[in-house]
Design a protein. Sequence first.
Length: 97
Amino acid sequence: MLAQIQVSPRPSGTDDDRYAYVDAAIAVIQRSGLTYEVGAMGTTIEGTPDQLWPLLRAVHEATTAAGAAGVSSLIKVAQTSADDGPRIQDLVGKFRA
């Protein structure tokens, strides 16, 4: 299964660290041990449904736990019936140099 999450905390960070709350969300993904790819407009993560659904909630909530006043998240999910894909590499590998 693939999931992409874009968190939009309000504000996005602090005066000293413009993206502090977004970085807090990405840190949750990094600690998960799952394969992920940070993009300019969201982060894509590979895993099983049992891994990804709780992780998406934790990523969303990490922004307010870090100090954001509020957050909206946009989530996309892709899954096959056999739960064997797609994978990030399958979808974007041919476009990498």
